[in-house]
Design a protein around this ligand. Structure first.
Ligand SMILES: Cc1ncc(COP(=O)(O)O)c(C=O)c1O
Length: 385
């Protein structure tokens, strides 16, 4: 069983940081990898042509292992989740009158691109609402999503969990339904991959897109995306030199090539071989792989269990465990509560979690311990008790 990993981080003991869904802290090893990268660039003569490729490919291999993708060349290095989703949207064929299915209050980076595609191509953007707060909300929301996917669906784009409250979407069933109608199945894994198991071979997304600065424990401004066979012949957002065949031969770069590199490498962002961010991301992925994704999820479940039971007793609503993750949990506070006051109480107790709508979003990780949760419990007792 995974034990608390706080010693590997620089979090001060009095800080109760329960907000990985906002931004993960950098471990000491990830910080060090970045510093080494800066030093290397400071005196750059040791950076050779092969360094533009080797570490990027290592990161592809690690991410492929994390999501059980067979072929690391299906992984692209992207600067942000929205970039990876834009690539997915650019490369689907649509017909007027088709629809795109997304979930209510989805993260904007996975909405705007579909909105503009829908406007441009005269498609319907179907936003699937959850039922009003009640027990069974997650189950019913999933049923509504399945119902909304029909023969006219061109794409289904959603997360594995909802970013505001952790509601879990049944990607196995949703993916099956999308495939039944030939719709592209696009998953934003930013709030789940690294903390909730994801198996590309089982769930078969056409694209799985992740920013790295949350659950992959990486730095900001880099991410990873898997693209399945549907995207094998697509066109990237940029036409980078490094994505073309033979780009590792620096002396022959002006022998311009029509062909791209294999698989999803064509979708890499320009300057993807970032000598600071890539080693940091590699180190973050190393933590996740070493600790184990299922173990991280279980660690969060054990850490939060009693606290969530008490939150319910205090009159808060929490989704059934079957329909949510344990790494992001939305605690819907009783109506009428002054949320600004709640925010102030949290800050006074040095507890960091996010208010999203009327829910308090708590997102722990393996660096959190029972003291963090005890501090949160005290605040909750104070404001709703
Ligand atoms: C579900 C989800 N996707 C993506 C992002 C980040 O998007 P980007 O990397 O485009 O800034 C966030 C950030 O909170 C998120 O919650």
């Amino acid at each position: 069983m995974l034990t608390c990993q706080r010693d590997l981080f620089s979090l001060p003991p009095e800080l109760h940081y329960l907000n990985c869904a906002y931004m993960a802290p950098l471990s000491k090893a990830v910080q060090e990898a970045g510093i080494v990268g800066i030093r290397r660039k400071a005196v750059p003569h040791t950076i050779q042509a092969r360094h533009f490729f080797e570490e990027s490919d290592e990161v592809r291999r690690l991410f492929a292992r994390l999501v059980n993708a067979e072929d690391p060349s299906r992984i692209a290095i992207i600067p942000a989740a929205s970039y990876g989703i834009a690539t997915a949207a650019k490369n689907i064929r649509v017909r007027r009158g088709q629809n795109i299915v997304v979930t209510h209050e989805q993260f904007p980076g996975n909405v705007y691109v579909w909105r503009s595609l829908a406007q441009r191509e005269q498609l319907e953007l179907r936003t699937i609402e959850p039922p009003p707060d009640s027990s069974g909300r997650g189950k019913e929301w999933n049923a509504r999503i399945l119902e909304a996917i029909d023969p006219a669906t061109a794409a289904v784009a959603l997360g594995h969990v909802h970013w505001t409250d952790g509601t879990r979407f049944d990607l196995e069933k949703i993916g099956e339904r999308a495939r039944e109608f030939g719709a592209a199945f696009i998953v934003d894994g930013t709030q789940s991959v690294g903390a909730l198991p994801f198996d590309v071979q089982r769930l078969r997304p056409d694209a799985l897109v992740c920013a790295a600065y949350k659950w992959l424990l990486g730095p900001y401004s880099i991410g990873l995306a898997y693209y399945g066979p549907r995207y094998d012949d697509g066109v990237p957002l940029e036409e980078t030199w490094i994505a073309r065949r033979g780009s590792d031969d620096f002396r022959a770069l002006v022998n311009y090539q029509d062909d791209y590199q294999r698989g999803a490498v064509r979708y890499d962002v320009g300057e993807r071989s970032n000598f600071i961010l890539v080693p940091m991301l590699k180190t973050g992925l190393g933590h996740v792989l070493e600790w184990g994704v299922a173990e991280i999820q279980e660690y969060c479940r054990c850490l939060m269990g009693d606290f969530l039971a008490e939150a319910r007793e205090l009159g808060c609503a929490v989704e059934d465990e079957a329909w949510r993750g344990s790494h992001i949990v939305g605690i819907r506070l009783p109506p009428g509560l002054d949320l600004d006051a709640v925010q102030k109480e949290l800050a006074a107790a040095n507890v960091f979690a996010s208010l999203r709508g009327s829910a308090l979003r708590v997102s722990p990780h393996a660096y959190n311990d029972a003291e963090d949760v005890a501090a949160l419990r005290e605040v909750l007792r104070g404001v709703v008790g």
